[in-house]
Design a protein around this ligand. Sequence first.
Ligand code: ZN
Length: 138
Amino acid sequence: MSALLEQMYKEILLEHQKRPRNYGHLEHKTHTNQGHNPSCGDQISLELQIQDNCIVAVRFSGRGCTISQASASLMTVAIEGKTIAEASSIAQAFGAMLHTGQTDSSLGDLNALVGVAKLHTRVKCATLGWQTLELALA
Ligand code: ZN
């Protein structure tokens, strides 16, 4: 990865940590779940409004490291307006990226987390929001 790309990815993560998207609570939530990553102390609370198999709205709140919070923020942007099936396929592609360390053009800004693939102890930080989502939908 070029130094320029690495810098760009870092800025995306810091930006999402500073100004998390879809942060807060939903009035008409249909699904909720809380996730906790004890190895780092990250916490995520997720609220979803699902209608006809479509994620019409999503909000999260939480605290923890930049990776966990930026990943959750990026996740909400990626899944809002998607069907449950589409959201699971994004989750799978994201998991694959963290496993292989290869970016995936279909993942857009989520590629900013590709560097985590090399930091094995931080993978759980990056996947916390996604696991919380998966369990909320289960
Ligand atoms: Zn963390």
